[in-house]
Write a protein that binds this ligand. Structure first.
Ligand code: NAI
Length: 330
């Protein structure tokens, strides 16, 4: 089957070519999928996109007109796709539900430990021959209370990693994870989690009900000096409110791998252009804020798995017209 890849990077090409056992015809395009770029999908039966390709109704209509039958997401999250429009137009949407939840969970800890122990600052200092410890005070994770919002695949692994540090776990999810409960985690309502957690880690999907789950009202309920980590989706955090929280000192630390307006910036080298996003620019001025550019998933293990599952999804669709990893509108 011919597959047109959008938002493609060199590493996508490498991993997909390496794992193309069924011999699909792969065409890679760096551009994002949008109404103006759908023409590139001409002749392709499937289109493959990533997290920041906005697949709205207009784009889907353009794909349908060109005979595209399948949309393969090479990621887990699908908040960027209009599933109802896809269903109406008869375009089947598939995703990679889990590629390496460990990769994201481990990055969550990497971010937190880096920020807490000021590794990002000491790395630069030592390289300049500055061995002063001023401003590098961290805190022990051992004994702290960590609130995990969303205890699915990634959240539950993150929770276990925190347990390894000797943290007490408070969890919030619609569905309680029995294994975590057996290991001593307690499920609580959101207000209790906000008011009792020293560290809050976000692992729920971005949906209407979770949009800006961290806003001014939520921050007001949190402990002074709280640390917030978000490796899920940028829209979970109201950035303007978080900036106010950082300025007042109510938020002690913020580590994020995702940002609500990341679409126009992340995954591109923009080092030679003037940053237009003043909110993001303000975030970068805080010494107690650490940002990575949506790289939590970015391990060799995860990229191999993403390529394999995406190509298997397409093979399954080609052979049977159905796929176990199909997404349907709720
Ligand atoms: P999952 O579907 O296994 O778990 C999500 C959990 O959130 C579920 O248990 C669900 O019940 C829960 N949930 C839903 N609504 C909730 C609410 N209102 N409050 C609390 N919990 C709620 O998903 P998985 O694989 O653990 O991924 C979590 C998120 O991580 C994804 O939605 C995705 O946005 C993000 N992600 C980020 C990556 C990165 O590179 N930064 C890579 C992969 C995923």
């Amino acid at each position: 089957m011919k597959v047109a890849f959008f938002s493609s990077k060199r590493y996508d090409e490498t991993f997909f070519k390496q794992n193309n056992e069924d011999g699909h015809e792969l065409a890679f395009f760096e551009t994002k999928l949008a109404p103006r770029s759908v023409a590139l999908a001409e002749g392709a039966r499937a289109v493959c996109v990533f997290v920041n390709d906005k697949v709205d109704r207009e784009t889907l209509e353009g794909l349908r007109e060109r005979g595209v039958a399948f949309l393969a997401l090479r990621c887990a999250g699908f908040n960027n796709v209009d599933l109802a429009a896809a269903a109406e137009l008869g375009i089947k949407v598939v995703r990679v539900p889990a590629y390496s939840p460990h990769a994201v969970a481990e990055h969550t800890l990497a971010l937190l430990l880096t920020l807490n122990r000021r590794i990002h600052r000491s790395y630069n200092r030592v390289r300049e021959g500055n061995f002063s410890l001023e401003g590098l005070v961290g805190f022990d994770l051992h004994g702290l209370t960590v609130g995990i919002i969303g205890t699915g695949k990634i959240g539950s692994i993150t929770a276990k990693l925190f347990q390894g540090f000797g943290c007490k776990l408070l969890c919030h999810d619609k569905y309680e994870n029995e294994e975590l409960k057996e290991r001593g985690a307690t499920y609580v309502d959101l207000d209790t989690l906000f008011s009792q957690s020293d560290v809050i880690s976000l692992h729920c999907p971005l949906m209407k009900e979770t949009h800006h789950i961290i806003d001014a009202a939520a921050i007001a309920k949190m402990k002074k000096g709280v640390t917030i980590v978000n490796t899920s989706r940028g829209g979970l955090i109201g950035t303007a409110d978080v900036i106010q929280g950082l300025k007042s000192g109510h938020i002690g630390n913020l580590a994020i791998d995702v940002y609500e307006e990341e679409e126009s910036m992340f995954f591109e080298d923009q080092s030679a252009t003037v940053m237009q996003d003043d909110v993001f620019a303000r975030l970068l001025t805080f010494p107690n804020v650490l940002v990575t550019g949506h790289q939590a998933f970015f391990t060799d293990t995860a990229l191999t798995q993403i390529a394999r599952v995406t190509l298997d999804n397409l093979s399954e669709l080609e052979k049977t017209g159905d796929c176990k990893n199909e997404l349907r509108p709720s």
